[in-house]
Design a binder for this molecule. Structure first.
Ligand code: MF3
Ligand code: CO
Ligand code: CO
Length: 278
């Protein structure tokens, strides 16, 4: 978290200031995000057939990197604050920022893959859940409800609404199922920057926060735990897990506020971004 510190980030050939204000983008921004978002969706679409028992998370990361580079983009996570991989892969009780490596995916595992291609200076940030083989009903229910949380949040994203309306709707839905909403990580503004203002919290009060305006770009990426909301960080400095070791799920889209509602930049062209996948 950069907090309120001002600093500059170089994306492509340009210098973009992170000053805490919420940027309002025009048609060029929408066009850029549409392309970056589509690439994110295509990469996540390709993962559907690759996630299966016996595959390592490092092998999936290799495919993400290759697909990203082949499309003329770069994985924004590579070199981001010392992170060295092309995506994050978070299994079972891992909430987010799981590091790809030698870990072998097993039958019944649930996992989130989070990709962020940087294409022509624009960031497409998206994640989805995958199931390896057969997962128990309670895991599949968690995944379905987490996806519902994302889409309920997206329905609230329109001009005139407040940012807090999104988190409020997500929290009501998740807690109605007795799930826990993770507080330690939030969605974020993005565009030419990977992480920009505003912070999009997923447990919030309706009617609070900034008023949404056309041209705002941000992610919604609720992390929902089967048990309590608490998170803790592993010693690698990245991997966040549930304190009570319960399963956790997450879905993420990058969106832009339009005159009438919002555009989902990272929607799957094949409709593969919504469970149940079976
Ligand atoms: N893609 C993540 C997000 O949704 C950020 C990952 S940063 C990394 O914001 F360094 F952990 F990869
Ligand atoms: Co994000
Ligand atoms: Co992400």
């Amino acid at each position: 978290m950069a907090g309120m510190t001002e600093y500059q980030t170089i994306t492509g050939n340009e210098t973009v200031l992170r000053d805490g204000t919420i940027k309002l983008h025009g048609p060029e921004g929408f066009e850029g995000m549409r392309k970056a978002g589509r690439l994110a969706a295509e990469i996540l679409d390709a993962m559907v057939d690759l996630v299966k028992p016996g595959v390592t998370t490092g092998e999936l990361d290799d495919v993400v990197r290759q697909m990203t580079l082949d499309a003329g983009a770069v994985p924004a996570t590579m070199g981001y604050r010392g992170y060295a991989h092309s995506c994050c892969i978070s299994l079972n009780n891992v909430i987010c920022h799981g590091i790809p490596g030698d870990k072998v995916i097993r039958d019944g595992d649930i996992l989130n893959i989070d990709v962020t291609p940087l294409l022509d200076g624009w960031h497409g940030d998206s994640s989805r859940m995958y199931i390896a083989g057969d997962a128990p009903l309670k895991a599949r229910r968690l995944i379905d409800v987490t996806y519902e949380c994302l889409m309920i949040g997206i329905e609230k994203a329109k001009p005139g609404a407040r940012l807090g309306d999104i988190g409020a709707a997500i929290q009501v839905h998740a807690e109605g199922h007795r799930y826990g909403v993770v507080r330690e990580f939030c969605g974020h503004g993005l565009g030419r920057l990977f992480h920009d203002a505003p912070e999009v919290i997923h447990a919030a009060r309706a009617g609070t926060g900034p008023v949404l305006k056309p041209g705002m770009f941000f992610t919604i990426e609720p992390m929902i735990n089967l048990g309590k909301p608490g998170a803790k960080m592993l010693s690698d400095g990245w991997t966040a897990v549930t304190r009570d070791r319960s399963l956790s799920a997450q879905f993420e889209h990058s969106i832009g506020i339009t005159e009438t509602g919002c555009e989902i930049f990272t929607a799957s062209p094949k409709g593969l971004d919504c469970p149940p996948y079976a």
